[in-house]
Design a protein around this ligand. Structure first.
Ligand SMILES: NC(=O)c1ccc[n+]([C@@H]2O[C@H](COP(=O)([O-])OP(=O)(O)OC[C@H]3O[C@@H](n4cnc5c(N)ncnc54)[C@H](O)[C@@H]3O)[C@@H](O)[C@H]2O)c1
Length: 248
């Protein structure tokens, strides 16, 4: 089992929104954190914040659309820390709710590339390291309610998130118990991705049980719980963190 205080956690898309909160939560729990993002300034700022809070973090600047980025992220992680215990594939991009007919090849490739293919490549690269040692390796993928239902994104986004949940289950099937893989499925959350649609999100969430959208910390604490020993029997789950959006 992974003890977060002694662990190293790699978080993608950690310069902003939920990734930033997840990086802070891991650091507050005592993990060394690798802050991965294409936004170099944002990643460096998160590292500074963590260090000024007394935590331990390094930034890795990488564009996850580059097929070689997974190898470089692993190399730079291992240059900074001896091992990796937790990989959180959090980076994601929206498709502006484009239906299939409105989706260009470029949009499809970008959304599937960041949200799904990058997670696959990173996991493939990190598997040997995550399986190395006596402790289990932990993978947490940030999916979405769009991974379970239509209408919470467009064609590419919804497809990518359904794929990410399927991929998480297959990882559990293939690599448990050495790897404990789970996904989180946030509903509406106030982040960089949604900062220009807060009024819309307020309306969309008005008739959900929570009657509001979430703050990123409310997802981050579920991610660190799933990574912790307290979730030792949770394998292959896609946990809703959606204020009840998907309740029947
Ligand atoms: N905000 C929501 O309401 C919501 C709901 C459900 C799921 N999600 C998912 O949560 C995750 C985090 O999103 P967020 O809402 O915090 O958004 P955000 O835009 O605040 O953060 C996403 C981060 O990913 C990084 N990123 C994007 N493309 C990248 C690339 N090619 N290479 C490296 N980094 C890249 C961005 O620079 C950014 O820092 C995403 O996977 C998103 O799909 C968001």
């Amino acid at each position: 089992m992974v003890s977060i205080p002694d662990s190293t956690a790699v978080v993608t898309g950690a310069a902003s929104g939920m990734g930033r909160s997840i990086a802070h939560e891991f650091a507050a729990d005592g993990a060394a954190v690798v802050v991965v993002d294409v936004d170099e300034e944002g990643a460096d700022a998160v590292v500074e914040e963590i260090e000024s809070d007394g935590g331990d973090a390094v930034a890795v600047h990488a564009d996850l659309l580059d097929p070689d980025s997974a190898g470089r992220i692993l190399d730079q992680t291992l240059a900074a820390y001896d091992s990796v215990d937790i990989l959180c594939n959090n980076a994601g991009v929206l498709d502006d709710y484009a239906s299939a007919g409105e989706t260009s090849d470029e949009l499809w490739d970008r959304v599937i590339g960041v949200n799904l293919t990058a997670a696959f490549r990173l996991i493939r690269e990190f598997l040997p390291v995550l399986q190395d040692g006596e402790e289990e390796g932990v993978v947490i993928n940030n999916a979405s309610i769009a991974g379970k239902t239509a209408g919470a994104g467009g064609a590419a986004y919804t497809t990518s998130k359904h794929g990410l949940i399927g991929f998480t289950k297959q990882l559990s099937n293939d690599y448990g118990p050495e790897i404990r893989a789970n996904a989180v499925c946030p509903g509406a959350v106030e982040t960089g991705m949604t900062e220009e649609m807060l009024e819309e999100m307020e309306a969309m969430t008005a008739d959900t049980p929570a009657e509001r959208y979430a703050q990123p910390e409310e997802v981050a604490t579920v991610v660190t719980f799933l990574a912790s020993d307290d979730a030792s029997f949770v394998h292959g789950a896609a946990v809703n963190v959606d204020g009840g959006w998907l309740v029947d």
